[in-house]
Design a protein around this ligand. Structure first.
Ligand code: DOR
Ligand code: ZN
Ligand code: ZN
Length: 429
């Protein structure tokens, strides 16, 4: 297939390490068909999809249901298996079944998956570390949040800013620092999802300096929105963790520059219009669509000189490929399958229109946000999934499970003798 790309840039397709496609279980919010169509239209050629579906992706049976639903995908995908307290004995079967990585909810959010106690997280890290798969963390401390939220509700707070006040930075910092220690102790590879505060950067930097295999992402909403937007956007802007004050945003940009933050992912978290707009803020669902808006939003930042185009490609393609086992080429085990490309037009001017997005839960605080720079054509393994900014509907089902294409490389040997086995074997001398 050919296309005229004169005057345009050809980039590697984006790899979004953080999307929620909701199927099975919440198909009124999103399906694999609509979510992956949104990805294709957003210049995203591979997504990594989260386990807080119904059933949650915590057993091989639930994984099989998800893989079945994912057969409709336009783009390639990796599936996160759930790492929870109740399914530690299922983790190896999930690897066998084809997950590409794991996700642990340290704090609760949509889906109400309970946060495992630290002892269970340690054991889960040990099991997964043996196989090299990366464990992504929703790093928020459930106990701190629950207590704050109770106090705010009792005080009668029902304004959007109360959401931010229930989750001060310490909520995230405590969880990042704890996860880094557990990773160091077990040799697990970890990934910190949605870094939202400047304060998380210190434990991240310290862990990297100690040699922990830790990667981190932030999302467009933390880089482009701040606390002042709550008045206007109300519950639309609510997301876990919350959009914070400008000082955090500035520190996140600095961390993008100094590479403490490795990736930009979206936390694509669609909900229906009415679920997003409930009056009672504590009840309205958190999160919003993102996989289709990331590229135009961030390319606009490239145009404004806040990020170079090569840094953008590193953060949206190279870094996730390395972190999740797709480097140097996705097709290493599948010959002739390398062409994951996006053609972008840096002159394309428009504004984000939630009504035009492919996602079912198209509510976004970026509605009407002006952009300059956008994806025009998307190609997944040599086949167009978007052409001339139109979805190629015949490409539905073209997506493949990347775990079947390429496995995570085995971890380097380590010499820390501090596993549960060693702890149990210990006899005071
Ligand atoms: O706001 C959020 N929504 N944060 C999460 O961590 C989960 C997500 C969802 O699944 O809706
Ligand atoms: Zn999360
Ligand atoms: Zn998420």
């Amino acid at each position: 297939e050919t296309v005229d790309a004169s005057g345009k840039y050809v980039l590697p397709g984006a790899i979004d390490a953080h999307v929620h496609f909701r199927e099975p279980g919440y198909v009124h919010k999103e399906t694999w068909e609509t979510g992956s169509a949104s990805a294709a239209m957003g210049g995203v050629t591979t997504v990594f999809e989260m386990p807080n579906t119904n059933p949650p992706t915590g057993t091989p049976e639930a994984l099989a249901l998800k893989l079945k639903a994912a057969e409709a995908s336009y783009v390639d995908f990796g599936i996160y298996g759930l790492l929870g307290e109740d399914n530690l004995d299922q983790l190896e079967a999930l690897i066998e079944g084809g997950v590409a990585a794991f996700k642990c909810f340290m704090g609760n959010t949509f889906g109400n998956l309970p946060s495992p106690p630290t002892g269970a997280i340690l054991e889960g890290f040990e099991i997964v570390a043996k196989h090299g798969y990366r464990i992504a963390l929703h790093a928020e401390n459930a106990s701190i949040m629950a207590r704050r939220q109770t106090k705010l509700r009792e005080a009668g707070r029902n304004d959007p800013l109360a959401h931010l006040h229930a989750r001060p930075p310490v909520v995230a910092v405590e969880a990042v620092a704890r996860a880094a220690i557990l990773a160091e102790w077990t040799g697990a590879r970890i990934h910190v999802l949605h870094v939202s505060s400047g304060d998380e950067l210190r434990p991240l930097r310290e862990a990297k300096a100690r040699g922990v295999d830790i990667t981190a992402e932030t999302c467009p909403h933390y880089l482009l929105l701040d606390e002042t937007a709550y008045t206007d956007k109300k519950s639309l802007i609510r997301v876990n963790p919350p959009v914070r004050e400008k000082t955090h945003q500035n520190q996140l940009w600095a961390a993008v520059q100094d590479r403490t933050i490795d990736m930009i992912a979206t936390d694509h978290a669609p909900h229906s219009h009415e679920e997003k707009h409930r009056d009672e803020i504590w009840v309205a669902d958190c999160g919003f669509t993102g996989v289709e808006t990331q590229m135009p939003l961030m390319l606009s930042q490239v145009r404004e000189g806040r990020l170079s185009l090569t840094d953008y490609v590193r953060m949206t393609s190279l870094a996730p490929a390395k972190a999740f086992g797709l480097y140097p080429r996705k097709g290493a085990l599948l010959p002739g399958s390398d062409a994951d490309l996006v053609v972008i037009d840096m002159e394309h001017e428009a504004s984000i229109d939630s009504g035009l997005l492919q996602s079912k839960g198209a509510s976004t605080p970026f509605h009407a946000h002006p952009i300059k720079g956008a994806p025009i054509h998307t190609m997944v393994r040599g086949r167009f999934v978007m052409r001339d900014q139109a979805l190629v509907t015949e490409a539905k089902g073209h997506g493949k499970n990347v775990r079947r294409i390429q496995q995570m490389p085995a971890p380097a040997p380590r010499n820390v003798e501090t596993t549960t086995q060693a702890i149990l074997a210990y006899r005071p001398g």
